[in-house]
Design a protein around this ligand. Structure first.
Ligand code: CP
Length: 302
């Protein structure tokens, strides 16, 4: 593949290859080998139109660990604020001859648009409500490392499914790898047709997590509080917050995931976020390894 735009474009074999490569990189990092010369001379541009802590920094850490040169450009620091279009900006970046552009953008389809207009590899770091493929892959890696295998597991994803690119990539990824995915959230935030991606829909959290191996809580997007489709945070926490009672309905060895950033006490009880079932920081650690694998494979790694 020249680009990584979404898990919808990857086969289960592609996903296996990324996870295996990421696991090798994680092992190398665990041996205190923090930097390898693999991508010396390569240039990577991080182009982020939306705020990000984990994704932007872990792509940068990943690239630097393989000795690539990285450059960051944000919306507010670029000439897009003067009215330059995304395509014109991208063509100008491409004219500087980078090997890869990593794009986060508020519009669904922005990464595909870029890939269609520049002759440079594009990695989607989250486009609108569409997909967040590197997050989906790091979540698959985290579950595989915790459970040994993905096929046959039950994954419960709780939250605002309609607006979540993380949910979409995870539904596609976990389904492709043979897990069953149940989603649950306020009825107004479950998009019609989500079953077509491979998810079952449950109206009750207790039903959704019944027998689950993995509970994934999603961030409630507080910035959408003016949206009439949105419940209040108090209502949300009462009906859809992941509490100890919810966890008790899952399998005894269930793991708790969250892509971050967390609204503590809204979608997830803080004790659970910091508790022994939480793999939330492991997700972040695996994010570096997965992003190393993606950059490496896209740049011709075997
Ligand atoms: N999970 C995730 O995408 O986090 P950031 O928005 O901080 O990158």
């Amino acid at each position: 593949h020249k680009h990584v735009l979404g898990l919808a474009d990857l086969s289960s074999e592609d996903i296996q290859a990324v996870l295996q490569t990421a696991e090798s990189f994680k092992e190398i990092s665990a041996r205190s080998i923090k930097k390898v010369p693999t991508l010396r001379g390569k240039t990577i541009i991080n182009f982020f139109f939306e705020p990000s802590t984990r994704t932007r920094l872990s792509f940068e850490v990943a690239a630097k660990r393989m000795s690539a040169d990285t450059f960051n450009i944000s919306n507010s620091g670029s000439s897009t604020v003067k009215g330059e279009t995304l395509i014109d900006t991208a063509r100008n970046l491409a004219a500087m001859n980078p090997d890869c552009i990593i794009l986060r953008h508020p519009r669904s389809g922005a990464a595909r648009l870029l890939a269609d207009h520049v002759d440079v590899s594009v990695i989607n770091a989250g486009d609108g409500t569409h997909e967040h493929p590197s997050q989906g892959l790091l979540d698959l890696m985290t579950v595989r490392q915790a459970k040994g295998e993905i096929a046959g597991l039950k994954i419960a994803i709780i939250g605002d499914i309609a607006h979540s690119r993380v949910a979409h990539s995870n539904i596609i990824g976990f389904s492709k790898m043979g897990a069953s995915v149940t989603v649950c959230g306020p009825a107004t935030l479950i998009p019609p047709g989500i079953e077509a991606l491979g998810a079952q829909v449950s109206r009750s959290v207790m039903e959704a997590v019944d027998g689950a191996d993995v509970i994934m809580a999603l961030r409630i997007q507080k910035e959408r509080q003016q949206d009439p489709l949105f419940p209040s945070l108090r209502e949300y926490a009462k009906f859809f917050g992941v509490s100890q009672k919810v966890v008790d309905a899952a399998k005894p060895e269930v793991i708790i995931m969250h892509p971050g950033p967390i609204n503590r006490g809204v979608e997830l009880d803080p004790k659970l976020a910091d508790g022994r079932r939480s793999v939330i920081l492991e997700q972040v650690t695996n994010g570096v390894a997965v992003r190393m694998a993606l950059i490496y494979l896209i740049m011709g790694g075997d």
